[in-house]
Write a protein that binds this ligand. Structure first.
Ligand code: ADP
Length: 228
């Protein structure tokens, strides 16, 4: 196995007025290639901050993030954006689909942005929408889709550029238990089919149970086990 995500001694403190709010206090872990890892912990434990650092969406005060052998923290903003487009697929709690575009365009837009809209990727497109069971819903806009379908479209968008990593932030937070099950099954299944590494943030133990391994956080640190 080889490391796909390495977090090394990550620290981040927010300054609110004159008050320092420590969000991460020396977080280190490794996720191997092909692993599905859940990061769990109570609200305020630093999960979202970690998510933003791993996705290169914000800077750490200290420490390093190495993705697939490349040190994120040493890249310029432009290089980091490039790497994010090539290597990472994001899934969010609120789906973040564009309301005026149909499902097809919501997925294809990720190919346009990354410049991967070729014939070869069209085959991947068909495979992914087939795998996610949304091939018959592609001409519908988000408002015409159920929550579960919207999240499957968002997952297709995350997978369409064949990212090395999928970062999911509470992907089932807005779904009922049946749709949660479908989306989590899809995350597992797509990991097996497409071979990417998955890191999912959640506060839901049932969702975390789908992962190969659970990292527990509390008060900005990794702990052996965290009461949820
Ligand atoms: P979680 O995702 O586990 O709820 P967060 O990473 O959102 O944890 O928050 C960790 C800590 O950092 C909390 O104390 C939270 O209030 C604080 N925090 C998060 N984001 C900000 C921000 N933008 N400004 C100030 N404090 C923040």
């Amino acid at each position: 196995m080889s490391a796909m995500i390495v977090a090394e001694n990550l620290s981040k403190t927010y300054r609110v007025g004159k008050v320092d709010v420590p969000a991460l206090r020396g977080v280190s872990f490794t996720v191997e290639k092909g692993e599905f890892v859940a990061v769990v912990g109570p609200s305020g434990s630093g999960k979202s901050t970690l998510f933003y650092l791993l996705g290169g969406l914000t800077h750490a005060d200290s420490g390093r993030v190495v993705i697939d052998g490349e040190d994120f923290t040493r890249l310029s903003d432009a290089q980091r954006t490039q790497m994010r487009k090539r290597k990472i697929g994001f899934v969010f709690q609120k789906f973040n689909l564009l309301p005026t575009l149909d499902a097809y365009s919501n997925i294809a837009i990720a190919q346009d942005i990354a410049g991967t809209n070729s014939k070869k990727d069209d085959e991947l497109f068909q495979r992914i929408v087939g795998m996610l069971g949304i091939a018959h819903r592609l001409r519908h806009r988000p408002a015409e889709l159920s929550g579960g379908e919207q999240q499957r479209v968002a997952l297709a968008r995350a997978l369409i550029n064949h990212p090395a990593i999928v970062l999911a932030d509470e992907p089932t937070g807005n779904l009922d238990s049946k749709n949660s099950e479908v989306v989590l099954d899809m995350l597992r299944h797509s990991k097996q089919e497409l071979g990417q590494t998955v890191l999912m943030i959640t506060h839901n133990p049932e969702a975390a149970a789908y992962a190969d391994r659970i990292i527990h956080m509390r008060d900005g640190q990794i702990v052996p086990e965290s009461p949820l």
